[in-house]
Design a protein around this ligand. Sequence first.
Ligand SMILES: [Cu+2]
Length: 442
Amino acid sequence: MMANTNAADPNSWQYWTNVHANYCPHRTPYFLAWHRGYLYYLEQQMRRVSGDPSLTLPYWDWYTNPHIPSEFTDKATGNPLYCPRVNTNVYGALDLSPFSSSVVNFQRGTANSFEEAFENAPHNPVHDIIGNSMATMQSPRDPIFYLHHANVDRLWHAWALPDGRTMPAPTSSYWAGTFTYAPGLTINKEQTYSNRSRLGYDYANTARPVALPPQAQRGRIIRVQAQIPPIKTRPPVASFAASPARSIANGRRSIGGVKAVVLREHSVSARVVAEASSVKPLQDMLSATADIYDAAARNLPNAASKGNGKSSQYKSIKIVLDDISLTSAGAAGGYFYNIYLNLPDGVDIDEVRAKHFIGTLGPFEVAAAAHHGMMMIDFPATAAMLKTGAGNGREYAISLVRVDGGAAPKGDVMTVGELRVELTTEAPFIISPSAPQTGGAY
Ligand SMILES: [Cu+2]
């Protein structure tokens, strides 16, 4: 397939790379389901091309072995599985938090969403740390992409067992419609509800991960995030110039921000002072949202009726990174940042992650956002505001904590034109998560 250079031919490797570059959803609903159908069709194509109807895509279980399998790193001439990478070891990307007991909902947009948490980490950082093609939307050029995503698919299956957990039932309107991979190549969304009952394949190991590999532990029983050594200090606040509070668009107001944030190999915090007039609308929004969040976080029915009698001009708060540009070293990857809101000082960040974590930022996240038409990434922050109580004050510390692979660039990697805090009229949580499935159809 790699020898075939006609990208219009489904028998070529580039054809399937273009499928990803043209159609993949990231940071939007159906991230997991779209990629499941993608793997399914690639495997079918490989069976046709090879003439082997039992050919099976393997998975790479980075929780067990964070080193890329040696078949993919062997530089022997003509090895089609080899390509240059910044790192071949991803222990810095590993994170067990999507499997914590609080992650009870499936859908993106619900409180404690598995899909959202798992895409953020470890999925994105694996792309970032490996780097090169893997840090771009052309990531399937690197054959390790498919083994990474087969593992992502396996871990979704493991999370959802035994009954689909809180995924929308197959009859839900959530599964109406189709995914497109290429002109004439589509799948009914409902087919991607379960690999086992819909697509007829299964995994040898369907256990949820419970521990990180030894390289990522270093003397601790279970590290939540594989940073070595534990970071116990909030990164220093840099003196970025303030950007003015203002209306950004209809229903979006920046209540404060900073300009020209240059990211390098060091972790950094930005101090944002919100405009005084934001205090009341922010308080109104948080008080109208608190019990909706509590109900949604526990996947309770009738969450929509919560928040009765409270109204607010805005519905959610976001941390927005706008006008992002990568340097060439930054675009190649080998690193990423964990973003946190109001980290306390002097504690192990891993211990307080669940409360303060906002999302991950690296070249892959930037490439995915740029691909969807903007150099802007917005991170939902309503849940973190509620959990940390940050909304009680007007000063926010937004920390970008750098995590490096064994090889990582020094110096400037990324510039963020503006980092700001926005009140928006967009709903923060899906108010009525679809009813959990209860049958054995999964
Ligand atoms: Cu991916």
